[in-house]
Design a protein around this ligand. Sequence first.
Ligand code: NAP
Ligand code: MG
Length: 518
Amino acid sequence: MSPAPYKNEPLTDYTKPANRKAMQTALATVAQELGREYPLVIGGEEITTPDKLYSYNPSRPSEVIGVFSKATPELAVRAIETAAKKFEDWKYVAPAKRADYLFKAAKLMRKRKFEFCAALTYEVGKSWGEADADTAEAIDFLEYYGREMLRYAQKQPIVKIKGEKNELVYIPLGVGVVVPPWNFALAILAGMTAAAVVAGNTVVLKPSSDSPYTGAKFFNLMREVGLPAGVINFVPGSGAAVGDILVAHPLTRFVSFTGSKEVGIHINELAAKVQPGQKWLKRVVAEMGGKDGIVVDDQCDLDGAAAATVASAFGFQGQKCSAASRAIVCEKVYDKFVAKVVERTKALTVGDPADQSTYMGPVVNKGSMDKILQYIETGVKEGGRIVAGGARADSDGWFVAPTVIADVKPSDTIALEEIFGPVLAIIKVKNFDEGLDVANNTEFGLTGGVWTKNKKKAEKAKQHFHVGNFYINRKITGAFVGVHPFGGFNMSGTDSKAGGRDYLLLFMQAKLMSEKIK
Ligand code: NAP
Ligand code: MG
């Protein structure tokens, strides 16, 4: 039976008392299981090691979310070998059956949605709305990639000729190393893993060291729906210590990575080196950072532009690869725009995201907080003017006040480097054309947008603004699976589109079969 047509998972309406109660109950229930120990799981075998990885609540850093056995180099190798062995039968499992595991997982995740949301709130500091969006996106990936696999399993169109029966089928690649970030601790981890697995590959999943608990929840969900042991091997551990071993192993066929530019470049280089005994060139799918800008024209709805900029800059504390970190504003409306952004920014609530009224929670860890504060200092040193925030927000946790720095020059450090925190740089330009040039003036090319009422300018921007996800008169975050296939250009990655029709091809190869007939 074919599944119903794909549609996006609706976001939760928290004005409804029943939904509020459900989230509160989930927060209380999940709080009960915090601090537990979790094993590595290789080929279905649960393994504990003496060296532990602790996940902490960034709102209250003394609160341990979970304790994880860290992989050793030997276990990393064993995980790859186990996945390679399992690949030999998983690759023959019918695509429809593989897709079915994803549909079952989506159904179960939907049923336990608030539990996943609560996990995200505790482990990475997501507000109720942000946690809900992350969970909905994870469900979407499962539903979407399941259907995509069914599409790729259908008869593929090729040109017919006389005297031959020709057929093209998509087959999997082999063992994949899946390395997700913590910022969409559920959605990206689930999406990357599900895509690889539904395409017929087996994987070693190394969750981010900042969010192994959410990763374990997803892994356990896949076990619950009966995914055979060894198809996903759950291997927490430090990226630096075991990441290289996983990436370099000669049995690794591909790496699916989402994270920073620096780590992406490193993985790409390491994977390119052919190891003794290796029989293929490894494929690397890397989705990396951004320095996303919004160009604000002098012919635009300034209130709308300010609201969209603030939402894009400070949603989930600016820790989205798509977050607006630069507002590039035409001089005619510059002062007015700055004032509107400041007013909205100062109205944002910062605090524990377990509290429904919180808009902005903490940043993910102390290292991240220190780095963000350092960037703010650099911004000021280079001539920027703090007009909102600018310091650690008053609390025990890793809170940074939403910060707006005006009068930033296009060549300043904070106009070029990814900060990955709640810091918006505002840059003044003469006109819209100069704004486009400044927008393109980084090594990244992930998201970007323009606010203008002028159709000609919008058309020009469509052509010249070199980003994978370009938006007009709306916020530049919040891509929906299937609706806004997501991924960037240049140093933002390998030009893949998560949640799009091309994505599964990255995890497969095409085999052509030709038979002589009478
Ligand atoms: P990160 O520091 O690069 O880490 C990402 C993952 O790589 C983590 O699981 C990390 O493990 C692992 N890792 C680190 N060193 C490794 C190595 N030598 N070999 C293999 N794996 C290694 O990035 P992050 O802080 O988690 O995420 C934020 C970044 O992701 C930002 O730059 C953001 O723009 C980007 N991002 C991009 C997209 C996109 O679609 N383009 C989406 C989301 C996020 P450990 O945690 O153990 O170090
Ligand atoms: Mg944490």
